[in-house]
Design a protein around this ligand. Structure first.
Ligand code: HEC
Ligand code: HEC
Ligand code: HEC
Ligand code: HEC
Ligand code: HEC
Ligand code: HEC
Length: 499
């Protein structure tokens, strides 16, 4: 302490140094921030789904303003103390805020200050509440965090769940979910700002909420669906873009004995059958061990020949909806499937020679950015069709396909996020139903590994052939010969780009 320290003041005089505009505004700011925090906390606690980004408002932004306010209070105090030390004044009379209610000016000032402060507090509360609501919207989830969420948002907009909120699937109820969600929200915001988020983003067990807490709040596992008729329209990569259609009846079934037998594809629902498995990779593509417990409590374990591990070394997962429906709202089409879809819907004219082959070829190249892709797709098709009048529409459609299915900046496409619902582009069902998972006798494989277990093909081909309906099912004709081997994804997964 220097010599010119003024004589010790009583506490009340020291406190009176807080009576300056800076300190007072700081106090109002801190109070508003605190108020906003309490409000946000209460709103969020009562909401059906914890909002990941609310944590940022309540635990980062609000406290920042609280601290700023407190800093202003202290700064006001220090400045005031300095003034006193400099001997500018040694009594209260110097204080800027020396309110004398007898003076009209002071009365006005006071009313103005109190009114302004109340208004500020109200606006803060209103503002944070509105911000909170904004953060709940799908466009906030999908658009604000532009680059990282764009692929999922684009795919979502054309999915069966386009009207289901992101939070309904991504955020479950409960305290643990609540806390985890908050921490994740702050982490994600940090990575967004730093730009060092994962590319591609993977949300995997245990970060994805369980199906019971998400899907099954709208769907129920017993629901009897029965047979589902599906048509797959393809075009071959030949000069004529020869159409090839497969029509099949999928035995989805169900688990409600009142409506029908408990069987079919949906018999994995853990209602009468309980199915558990071990996966040795993050994407759950490699599943070397499976255990079934049937309604009588009979347990059967299946494992692949190569898998010799002691199962206690691995985490065992209960099979649920998302082990098959892993892309319920973010499906990225393979170039093959996307071009087939465009042709089937008339957006690509199948009478343009080699259109299927050439568009797929332009789409599957590795591009570093979208701009590069747009330019090179155009260049590639222009080179393929120097004299074709319809080339402009072909280019436009190829670019449109690229835009919603490929996101080179995020490294997101059908290869990074394969769909497990079938078995053509990824092993999907054949992760287990490949006939190579054997029971302890070394012979019996998982039931349902033959081509008619899950579906029957009722017609295939083109034109007149499609009118021949085979209710008992026919063997699959692959291009031109019968084919019944579970190796589809080896060729169709896009790795070899053999398509
Ligand atoms: C019907 C449920 C559902 C809805 C609605 C939903 N998601 Fe997803 N989302 C999922 C599932 C399931 C996965 C995990 C996919 C997997 O394991 O392959 C996922 C994965 C993701 C991923 C990780 C990357 C990826 O593609 O696997 C992101 C990012 C994502 N969702 C964002 C969103 C956004 C943003 C919205 C809203 C615009 C949204 N989700 C709406 C179910 C949903
Ligand atoms: C908020 C309610 C809600 C939630 C949560 C929800 N869904 Fe759905 N889902 C729907 C509705 C509604 C439809 C029907 C849309 C239509 O056909 O109009 C639907 C349709 C589907 C379909 C048929 C899809 C198709 O392509 O025709 C599947 C499969 C499905 N949901 C699976 C899931 C899975 C898996 C989850 C959890 C990851 C989930 N849903 C979560 C409401 C929901
Ligand atoms: C063993 C894999 C598997 C599991 C597990 C599974 N599904 Fe399915 N589900 C299918 C297949 C295959 C279809 C047929 C439709 C298709 O291929 O797109 C289907 C169809 C559906 C449909 C649409 C039926 C229609 O009318 O088109 C809904 C809804 C659905 N599933 C919901 C669920 C829910 C909810 C769960 C979890 C309780 C679940 N599924 C678990 C494989 C599965
Ligand atoms: C995690 C491994 C696993 C995956 C993945 C899987 N299943 Fe299964 N599935 C099983 C097991 C185990 C059974 C019970 C078979 C048994 O008792 O031997 C079963 C039974 C079935 C049955 C009943 C077979 C019968 O004859 O009783 C059908 C149909 C079926 N699955 C279809 C599918 C479809 C379609 C898919 C992909 C969408 C799929 N499964 C994915 C493990 C799996
Ligand atoms: C474990 C169940 C299961 C088995 C076994 C199975 N499939 Fe499939 N298959 C499916 C499902 C589910 C789909 C529908 C995928 C979808 O909805 O996109 C499908 C789709 C198909 C398609 C249409 C795919 C397309 O894009 O055109 C063909 C063809 C096909 N399967 C042939 C076969 C052949 C051949 C076998 C025997 C080697 C076989 N399946 C065995 C479940 C199975
Ligand atoms: C040895 C590699 C290979 C295997 C294994 C294979 N395919 Fe193919 N598949 C091809 C080729 C090559 C074509 C022709 C592509 C074209 O003309 O566009 C094709 C064409 C198809 C088509 C029609 C057109 C298209 O491009 O989608 C379907 C459907 C199909 N395969 C389904 C399957 C199914 C289902 C399986 C497994 C049961 C399977 N394939 C196994 C290589 C393979």
């Amino acid at each position: 302490m220097s010599d010119d320290t003024p004589p010790a003041k009583s506490t009340s005089t020291r406190l009176s140094r807080l009576r300056n505009w800076l300190s007072l505004s700081g106090a109002v700011l801190s109070f508003s921030a605190f108020f906003a925090f309490v409000l946000l906390f209460a709103v969020d606690l009562m909401a059906a789904h914890a909002n990941p980004y609310m944590g940022i408002l309540a635990y980062v932004v609000a406290p920042m303003f609280l601290l700023l306010g407190l800093a202003m209070v202290i700064a006001g105090y220090i400045l005031e103390t300095r003034r006193v030390r400099k001997g500018l004044a040694d009594d209260d009379s110097h204080l800027i805020l020396h309110v004398n209610l007898a003076r009209k000016r002071d009365r006005r000032l006071l009313v103005g200050f109190v009114g302004g402060s109340l208004g500020f507090i109200f606006l803060t509360a209103f503002g944070s509440y509105e911000t909170y609501h904004l953060m709940e919207t799908n466009s906030f989830c999908g658009e604000t965090c532009h680059t990282p969420m764009e692929p999922e948002y684009k795919a979502y907009q054309h999915s069966a769940h386009a009207n289901v909120d992101c939070v309904a699937c991504h955020i479950g109820p409960g305290t643990t979910a609540y806390i985890r969600t908050k921490i994740n929200g702050v982490k994600q915001m940090y990575h967004e700002v730093m730009g060092d988020f994962d590319r591609p983003i993977k949300i995997r067990n245990p970060n994805l909420r369980l199906a019971q807490e998400t899907c099954q709040t709208c769907h129920w596992s017993q629901k009897h669906i029965g047979d589902v008729h599906k048509t797959f329209k393809h075009f071959l990569s030949d000069e004529a873009n020869t159409p090839f259609t497969v029509q099949m009846i999928l035995k989805v079934g169900g688990s409600d004995p009142v409506k029908g037998p408990v069987q079919g594809i949906h018999s994995h629902m853990n209602v009468s059958n309980k199915i558990e498995f071990i996966h040795t990779d993050e994407d759950r593509l490699s599943i070397p061990w499976v255990r079934v417990t049937d309604s009588n409590g009979k347990v059967t374990e299946y494992r692949t020949e190569e898998f010799k591990d002691d199962i206690s070394k691995h985490e065992i997962r209960n099979m649920d909806c998302m082990d098959c429906h892993n892309r319920p709202s973010h499906k990225f089409l393979s170039p093959n499937a996307a071009v087939d879809q465009s042709m089937a819907n008339g957006r690509i004219d199948p009478s343009i020679p080699w259109a299927k082959k050439n568009v797929v070829k332009a789409l599957v190249q590795n591009y570093a950015t979208r701009e590069e892709a747009q330019q090179k797709i155009e260049a590639s098709l222009r080179a393929d069709y120097p004299n074709e009048k319809r080339v402009d529409s072909l280019i436009a459609e190829a670019k449109a396909i690229y835009k919603v299915n490929f996101f080179p900046e995020m490294k997101a496409d059908w290869r990074a996020h394969p769909d497990y619902i079938g078995h053509k582009d990824s092993n999907g069902c054949f992760r287990c139903h490949d006939g190579k998972h054997l029971a302890s006798d070394g012979k019996t494989s998982i039931k349902g590994s033959d081509c008619n277990a899950c579906h029957i093909i009722v017609s295939q081909g083109a034109g007149k052939e499609l009118e021949k309906y085979a209710p008992a099912g026919v063997p699959f004709i692959h291009i031109d010969s019968e084919f019944s081997d579970p190796s589809c994804a080896d060729c169709h997964n896009g790795q070899a780009q053999a398509e």
